[in-house]
Design a protein around this ligand. Structure first.
Ligand code: PMP
Length: 296
C-alpha cells in the first residue's frame, strides 16, 4: 500500500454513524471485509493505536502518532505513509462520521501473504485499517473495582502489538469477578492493568511503574505525570508492590478511552479514597487540558 491509496468516495457528503477503511476502501464497518491472508488475521502481526475524538478534534494525536511509528520500527514493519499523510487521512475519516465523541482505531499489519512465520518478501506492502465509531466520553465520577492477576504477557509489553490474548483473558476474568479492570503483577510487583496504566497516591506523592519492557508507555500516563509536575506533585516512577497498592491513599487507572479513573476496591477489599483533594486536583488538571485541546 502507498499514499496513492486515497479513500474512494462512495460515501462522499454523507455523515455516518461509523466508518471503516482498508487500503483505500471505505464503508460502514459491518460492510467491510479484509483478506484472509492479512498477517494481522493469523499472527496478530501488526501495531495499533486508539485515540479519543471530541468535537472533531483527535486528542493527543501527535503523541499517538509518535508512539505508533516508534512501534512500527521496533517490529520492523515498513509503512510508506508519512506521519503527515496518515494524519490527514485519519482526520478525513473522523470528519465523515457524525457525533461529538468518537473512538478512532487504526492498525498496520505486515501485509498480505501466504502463511509463513518469517517476514514476507519486502515487495509486500503493509496493510492499513481504520475504524471510527461512536464512544461516550467517560464520566469523571466513575469508580473502579479491580482484581489482581498474574501478568502472563510476553516481555515486550512496551509494544502496542495486535496480540492481545492475555489482555483479553484478564479483562474477561475481571468482568466475571464483577470488576472493571485487572491489575497485572509479576511475583507481586505491579506492572499495569489489562488495558490501562496504574498509579497510586501516598502522602501526596504520585507513584507509577517505570517505563520499560513490562508496560505500555501510555499516552494518558504521560499526560497525567505532566499534570502532576505542573501542580507541584512529586512523581516517582519506580517498581511497586501489590502491598503498597493496598496501602495507597488513592488508586488511579488511566487510558485513552477511560481517561483518569479512581478505584475503590481491590480483590473485594476496600482501598484508597483517602486523598480526594490531591486526586481531584490531578483529575481536574487532566480534564482541563483535554477540554482545552478539544475545544471547537
Ligand atoms: N496499558 C495497556 C496494556 C493498554 O492496552 C493501554 C491502552 N488501552 C494502556 C496501558 C493505556 O495507554 P493509553 O493511555 O495510551 O491509552
Amino acid at each position: 500500500m502507498d499514499e496513492s491509496h486515497a479513500p474512494d468516495h462512495q460515501n462522499e457528503g454523507k455523515t455516518m454513524k461509523n466508518l471503516g477503511y482498508y487500503n483505500g476502501v471505505i464503508d460502514q464497518i459491518d460492510a467491510m471485509r479484509i483478506p484472509m491472508n492479512d498477517r494481522s488475521n493469523y499472527f496478530g502481526d501488526g501495531i495499533y493505536e486508539v485515540c479519543l475524538v471530541a468535537n472533531g478534534v483527535i486528542f493527543a494525536l501527535e503523541d499517538h502518532l509518535n508512539r505508533f511509528y516508534d512501534n512500527l520500527d521496533k517490529v520492523q514493519i515498513h509503512f510508506t505513509y508519512s506521519k503527515q499523510a496518515l494524519k490527514a487521512l485519519l482526520q478525513d475519516m473522523v470528519e465523515r462520521v457524525e457525533g461529538t465523541s468518537l473512538s478512532l482505531y487504526w492498525q498496520v499489519s505486515r501485509g498480505t501473504a501466504k502463511r509463513s512465520h518469517v517476514f514476507p518478501d519486502p515487495s509486500v506492502n503493509a496493510n492499513l485499517m481504520i475504524m471510527v465509531d461512536q464512544l461516550n466520553l467517560p464520566r469523571k465520577d466513575m469508580l473502579y473495582k479491580l482484581i489482581t492477576l498474574p501478568d502472563i504477557r510476553f516481555l515486550r509489553c512496551d509494544i502496542k502489538s495486535l496480540n492481545l490474548l492475555p489482555n483479553v483473558l484478564a479483562s474477561q476474568a475481571a468482568k466475571e469477578a464483577g470488576c472493571d479492570e485487572a491489575v497485572l503483577h509479576r511475583n507481586g510487583i505491579v506492572s499495569e492493568c489489562a488495558h490501562s496504566n496504574l498509579f497510586y497516591l501516598k502522602d501526596q506523592v504520585l507513584y507509577t511503574a517505570p517505563l520499560n519492557h513490562l508496560i505500555l508507555p501510555g499516552i494518558t500516563r504521560a499526560r497525567l505525570i505532566a499534570c502532576a509536575k505542573r501542580l507541584g506533585i512529586a512523581v516517582v516512577e519506580a517498581p511497586f508492590t501489590l502491598e503498597e497498592l493496598k496501602q495507597a491513599d488513592e488508586v488511579i487507572v488511566t487510558s485513552t478511552t477511560k481517561q483518569c479513573v479512581r478505584a475503590f476496591e481491590l480483590d473485594k477489599e476496600a482501598i484508597a479514597l483517602r486523598d480526594p483533594v490531591t486526586f481531584t486536583a490531578l483529575q481536574d488538571a487532566f480534564f482541563h487540558e483535554f477540554e482545552e485541546e478539544t475545544k471547537q
